[in-house]
Write a protein that binds this ligand. Structure first.
Ligand SMILES: [Mg+2]
Length: 392
């Protein structure tokens, strides 16, 4: 059995271009789907997949680990950079999809079978629409409360809000109080039985992140995400030490060694590898094993397209440390025209039970994908009030 070709299909989904990866074998009808979506780097990833193809075409698709080693290590440059790591991940997902299809079992069966009865989903406020999630001003606390109620009305028992504004490396009380009011409004709106997450998007400096973390600590957040740059391990560790709220991070890291450094620094309470960026499921399984050694739970980053979600769920059914699946359902209205998923979401509880379809259990409608060709992503450039560059 050989890999015959590796195709990429780009689907413009407004905020992102979903990059679907199709690994085609020489066996009639046998191919696998992966995803390598990387916002604002779409063409780079497509080209990186083309570059990697020369290593993989003609190889046996069943030797997933061997091919991963080749893709990450060969031709001198290691695969840790975000573009190549994402390209490797897209191919890796497709190879696991093929492996499941060959054996006629869902991927989680390949990885030891289901370790739980269902996976819980959480949503972004507004279901993942760009404007609602990213652009609701933090001085509109009542709007946050309305959106929180809407998420709960839609069946979610957990949701995430970006209730922390961009701030200069040091600012006074105003943004802290605004974040506090937003989180208080959401907690008042939904009560204590709903899990609220706040994503700081790595906007704050360690000093500001510390202040946000302390101000929000009394609201019982499920986790506080990226309270400062992922590069600031000491800052993350200091914040984690100072508050009871679990600190979540990891979505921008690639390769096991970065997670080793993160865990060793005591900088992470909830690990958020992105299966489509960290090096694929092959690498995510290693990261999960390492996280287990610290008893750090897993909540993979997953705001991308439908193959990423299917992969995160299959991974979640196989990983004891997996606690919750990030999901978006209102990013584009035609999401379900693109994909036929093998799993069913219970709309009353927003939980998913294991599916029975082989591999990742998804089919991509290529004709529908072609209706949404590549367009440049909408720029998201942040400048502070003095004109200096900020983080989105
Ligand atoms: Mg995040």
């Amino acid at each position: 059995m050989k890999i015959e070709r590796i195709e990429t299909l780009v689907c413009h989904a407004r905020m992102r271009n979903w990059v679907f990866v199709k690994v085609v074998t020489d066996q009639p009808g046998l191919f696998g789907w992966g995803e390598a979506t990387l916002e604002w780097h779409t063409r780079s990833v497509v080209a990186a997949i083309e570059d990697l193809s020369m290593l993989l075409i003609g190889e046996d698709p069943r030797r997933i680990e061997h091919l991963w080693q080749m893709a990450w290590r060969q031709h001198f440059w290691h695969g840790s950079g975000i573009v190549r790591s994402t390209a490797i991940a897209g191919i890796d997902l497709a190879l696991w999809d093929i492996a499941g299809k060959i054996l006629g079992v869902p991927c989680h069966q390949l990885w030891g079978g289901a370790v739980r009865d269902f996976v819980r989903l959480y949503c972004h406020l507004g279901g993942g629409s760009l404007e609602t999630f990213y652009e609701t001003p933090v001085d509109q606390a009542s709007r946050y409360a309305d959106l929180a109620r809407q998420a709960v009305d839609e069946g979610f028992t957990a949701f995430k809000a970006m209730a922390v504004p961009p701030t200069m490396p040091l600012e006074g009380l105003q943004p802290i109080r605004a974040a506090e009011r937003c989180v208080a409004a959401m907690r008042d709106a939904v009560g204590e039985n709903i899990d609220i997450m706040v994503d700081c998007h790595a906007r704050p400096s360690p000093a500001m992140g510390m202040q946000f973390a302390r101000a929000l600590d009394g609201f019982g957040l499920y986790f506080l995400e990226e309270p400062c740059w992922p590069e600031c391990l000491d800052g993350l560790a200091a914040i984690r030490e100072a508050v009871a709220t679990p600190v979540a991070t990891g979505e921008r890291l690639t390769h096991l060694t970065a997670f080793r450094d993160l865990f060793s620094a005591g900088a992470c309470s909830v690990c958020q590898p992105d299966i489509t960026h960290c090096g694929g499921i092959t690498e995510a399984r290693r990261i999960a094993a390492l996280a287990d050694a610290w008893r750090i739970p897993l909540a993979p980053h997953n705001p991308q397209g439908p193959v990423s979600t299917a992969a995160s769920l299959e991974f979640g059914f196989s990983q004891p440390g997996y606690i919750i699946c990030e999901s978006v359902h209102s990013d584009v209205p035609w999401r379900h025209d693109i994909v036929d998923e093998g799993f069913v979401v219970d709309p009353a509880t927003r939980t998913v039970r294991p599916g029975t379809r082989p591999g990742l259990g998804i089919e991509i409608n290529e004709d529908e994908v072609r209706r949404h060709p590549f367009e440049p992503e909408i720029p998201q450039r942040v400048f502070y009030r003095d004109g200096s560059v900020g983080d989105w």
